[in-house]
Design a protein around this ligand. Structure first.
Ligand SMILES: C[S@@+](CC[C@H](N)C(=O)[O-])C[C@H]1O[C@@H](n2cnc3c(N)ncnc32)[C@H](O)[C@@H]1O
Length: 287
């Protein structure tokens, strides 16, 4: 199963970052979590069990504090005396293993959100797209900590956001309370969520596991939109993806704006996978 761009989020940060010795410290509770890591050659099962133990013991960072998952996982191994080559290899292996099952993928995201998550400002693409719109019903698919959902709610939209990470849902609810806005937050996978029919004036898909060329989604999301409703999409694509392919793939919707940039942005800043951004509308006569 392809998780467009998401696997590289942490890998890019690890590869692009300064040398480990120069990186800002991870809090002691993060380094100590999970107890001593296993030594020597470790099997995939032992490695994943160690990652899971580390993740489940992590303190949730408060407020806007955020540390990099990959760097802290590696630093924990270094501080236990594991050499840097082996530590980096173990983390790359974790990135590979995480996408093998939905439970692992969920645990990976729970871990990221325990450690503070990603960008906090709403996507400029979304902010621009809704600036002149009358608020209605909105769905945020894979909303994470709810930066986009909360922006919409603060402008009067009735927003439902879902995510499979319980940490994300708890974080989004807390952030909405803090901003004094109401959102409906649902714990669900993309696959299990009932997107409905003719239900939403706006759907937001922002850097989640719905790739710009993944099958099924154009039909599902265009059915879910009300006639005249908008889909605002931003995320990573495979290298070489063209705007013509994206336009063809989302043919049930009318493209109002479409850009394919050659490099990563936002969650994927520093990565080299292209960024796809579009705003598309369900035809007014559409069903
Ligand atoms: C890169 S974050 C983006 C979060 C948010 N949309 C944003 O732009 O800040 C990816 C999000 O997708 C969620 N996610 C990944 N796979 C999912 C799935 N199969 N079902 C539901 N949510 C998923 C993760 O938990 C995470 O919150």
């Amino acid at each position: 199963m392809r998780r467009a761009g998401l696997a590289v989020v942490a890998a890019a940060a690890l590869a692009a970052g300064p040398p480990l010795a120069a990186q800002p410290g991870c809090p002691p509770g993060v380094l100590a979590s999970g107890g001593p890591p296993p030594r020597g050659a470790v099997s995939d099962d032992v490695l994943w069990a160690d990652f899971a133990r580390w993740s489940r013991g992590l303190p949730r960072l408060e407020g806007n504090a955020s540390v990099d998952l990959g760097r802290c996982f590696v630093r924990r191994l270094l501080s236990a005396g594991i050499d840097s080559g082996d530590a980096s290899r173990r983390f790359r292996r974790v990135l590979d293993l995480r996408s093998r099952t939905i439970e692992r993928e969920r645990l990976f995201w729970d871990t990221r959100f325990r450690l503070g998550g990603g960008p906090r400002d709403p996507l400029p693409l979304l902010v621009d797209a809704v600036a002149a719109m009358r608020p209605g019903t909105a769905l945020d698919a894979g909303m994470g900590l709810g930066r986009n959902a909360i922006h919409l709610a603060s402008r009067g939209w009735r927003v439902t956001g879902y995510d499979f990470s319980r940490e994300a849902i708890a974080g989004a609810q807390a952030a909405a309370r803090q901003r004094g806005v109401a959102i409906t937050a649902v714990t669900s996978t993309h696959e299990a969520f009932d997107h409905g029919a003719n239900q939403w004036d706006l759907i937001v898909v922002s850097y989640t596991a719905i790739g710009p060329l993944d099958a099924a989604w154009p039909a599902k999301l265009s059915t879910a939109l009300k006639p005249g409703g908008l889909l605002v999409y931003q995320g990573a694509a495979r290298l070489g993806t063209t705007s013509a392919e994206v336009r063809r793939h989302w043919a049930p919707l009318a493209m109002l704006r479409l850009d394919v940039f050659p490099a990563g942005e936002d969650w994927l800043e520093g990565g080299d996978e292209p960024t796809v951004k579009f705003v598309a509308q369900k035809p007014r006569g559409g069903r």
